[in-house]
Design a protein around this ligand. Structure first.
Ligand code: GRF
Length: 204
């Protein structure tokens, strides 16, 4: 049976990428990570890919390069790996329709908050600040499709709720959020992999 081909886009550490690489290697994912692409040449995620024997490609924006031009270049690089799925795992750039329009229903993002909450960067810290102000007791993690340029929004594939009252420090809370992210991302991407291969197989 052919496995789903996954391209992972990262900008930094890549602990979620690592969860996908490990799950792919153990067979749990039901898909292959065929390439890792980063907008930051120094991203640790690229090193993780190399260590796993997966092609690692840096596509750095040029000075003053318009977003659309960059996204067209990025789309070409990604297309070279014929992906069934593209996973944004700590990808810190908004993608324009020039990229997303080429991959309808194939781009998946991970956000360390519940649907509709805390879009943008530093969501974990902002949730913690809100908790300190008595404004929330619960946060979570979501995996969703990326149909358009909306930030951390789109059809939800999976969520996990986290009771914040169980944590006394931001560090502990953050560690737990990442742990939950790793599990949820593997589950959600695994489900998509199985769907994408069964769709491929029934096609004439
Ligand atoms: C994760 O919290 C993810 O939800 C957010 O950026 C972080 C990336 O972490 N979008 P890592 O690079 O996977 O370790």
């Amino acid at each position: 049976m052919s496995q789903a081909r996954i391209v992972v886009l990262v900008s930094g550490n890549g602990s979620n990428l690592q969860a996908l690489l490990d799950a792919a290697a153990s067979g749990e994912l039901g898909g292959d990570v065929v390439a890792v692409v980063s907008n930051r040449p120094g991203a640790y995620g690229l090193e993780r890919a190399e260590r796993a024997g997966v092609p690692a490609v840096a596509v750095a924006p040029e000075q003053d390069e318009p977003r659309r031009a960059y996204d067209a270049r990025l789309a070409e690089v990604v297309a070279g790996f014929s992906p069934d799925l593209i996973v944004l795992a700590g990808w810190m750039r908004i993608l324009t329709m020039g990229f997303l329009g080429r991959y309808p229903d194939k781009v998946v993002n991970l956000h360390p908050a519940l649907p509709g909450e805390l879009p943008g960067v530093r969501a974990i810290e902002r949730a913690w600040d809100e908790r300190a102000r008595g404004e929330r007791d619960v946060s979570g993690v979501m995996v969703h499709l990326v149909p358009d340029e909306g930030v951390d929004s789109g059809p939800v594939l999976a969520t996990a709720t986290i009771d914040m009252t169980a944590f006394t420090t931001l560090d502990d809370f953050e560690r737990h959020v990442h742990h939950v992210e790793h599990r949820l991302l593997v589950e959600a991407v695994g489900t998509l992999c199985r769907q994408s291969t069964s769709t491929t197989e029934v096609s004439p």
